[in-house]
Design a protein around this ligand. Structure first.
Ligand code: KG4
Ligand code: ZN
Length: 338
């Protein structure tokens, strides 16, 4: 079987399309929605409207880049969830109408499952299963045990905010636009990570919690701003470096525990926060010290994209995991069972 599949991603604020041929991603197009930047977060209604505007040109460009015409497609895939309902509906409806018009199968992909498969888009790729995946995004923070391409189990996850949400919210407190994560990353590179300290909320087992550290950050700002109104602008780089370092340490601590508990030493990183340079560096350092084999996707495959959805769709196609035309989006959807 050598399927050619079009994949569409519209779960949050990126409208994306990609084509995968025989398991190789041959095009990848992403339209980012700038409309949310001044609101401090994604505005669901604005996201849905922007997806509607972007979906046709983005799909068109992905097909053109891949030099694929509609009659060459063997299936259409879409992100079914988790995500924003209105946003998911755009990709879901578009994929359904294409599948119906072309008479080809439809594939419903889980967004976090797709993130975890981003490590298979380009070499080097994990050569065997099982492996552990630290899957860190704006909506999720999970430690995943990947037993196979289509068999993933969540070993631990956040009980409140996601790590990306923590980056974005502390950034908002400092007056940074949404998404603040990439800006914090940039300022952190010139700051002192030891200048401020924050409490590490220690959760049982392999779970995470980020709401405490976020509140501690807010209280620290309030206390200092009361004495010096220019505190944030004076210490911005140190604040960013310190909070980034604390957040990175929290996730790596749990990753180390998961590796000890499972005895698995093949480790992958995925999700939007996997683009963080501090996390990438610290993970490589830890992997060296622990003797782990580590895989980190290229930046473009960390944040939301359709190449990862296409990758998941490829393996679902091989497993004949198709869905019917009455499949509805699932804003909340545990990764397993699919
Ligand atoms: O995976 P993603 O694109 O969308 C979701 O599925 O949520 O992740 C988006 C999240 C945002 O919270 C954004 O601030 C964060 O990833 N992010 C970063 C960086 N790049 C994106 N956080 C820290 N450092 C970065 N370089
Ligand atoms: Zn995502």
């Amino acid at each position: 079987m050598s399927p050619t599949i079009l994949a569409i991603e519209s779960s949050c604020d990126e409208t994306a399309a990609a084509v995968v041929h025989c398991g190789e991603v041959v095009s990848n197009v992403v339209a980012t929605q700038a409309v949310h930047s001044s609101y401090g977060g994604v505005v669901p209604e604005l996201a849905s409207r922007a997806h509607q505007q972007h979906v046709v040109p983005v799909v068109d460009q992905a097909l053109q880049q891949a030099k694929v015409t509609l009659n060459m497609l063997n299936a259409v895939a879409f992100t079914r969830g988790p995500g924003l309902l209105g946003a998911l509906l755009v990709g879901t409806s578009f994929a359904k109408s294409m599948a119906l018009a072309l008479g080809i199968p439809l594939i419903a992909v889980h967004h976090m499952h797709a993130h975890a498969l981003a490590n298979f888009i380009e070499p080097p790729v994990p050569s065997s299963f099982p492996f552990l995946c630290l899957n860190v995004s704006g909506g999720h923070t999970q430690l995943i045990l990947a037993k196979d391409y289509l068999d993933m189990q969540v070993l631990g996850q956040t009980q409140d905010d996601a790590i990306g949400e923590a980056f974005d919210k502390v950034g908002k407190c400092m007056g940074l636009p949404y998404p603040a994560g990439p800006l914090i990353d940039r300022y952190a590179q010139q700051g002192d990570p030891h200048r401020f300290t924050f409490p590490n909320t220690r959760m049982p087992r392999l779970d995470f919690s980020f709401s405490g550290i976020k509140t501690a950050f807010l209280y620290l700002l309030r206390k200092h701003i009361a004495q010096d109104a220019s505190f944030v602008s004076k210490y911005r780089n140190d604040l960013c470096a310190s909070i980034q370092s604390a957040l990175v340490n929290m996730v790596l601590e749990k990753l180390k525990l998961a590796a000890e508990q499972t005895g698995i030493h093949t480790i992958t990183l995925a999700g939007g926060v996997a683009a963080n340079s501090g996390l990438r560096q610290q993970l490589r350092r830890l992997a060296k010290a622990e003797g782990w084999e580590v895989f980190i996707p290229a930046l473009e495959f960390c944040t939301d994209n359709a190449a990862m959805v296409a990758m998941a769709a490829h393996y679902q196609y091989l497993a004949k995991d198709f869905c019917s035309l009455d499949t509805m989006p699932k804003p909340r959807w545990p990764i397993n069972p699919t």
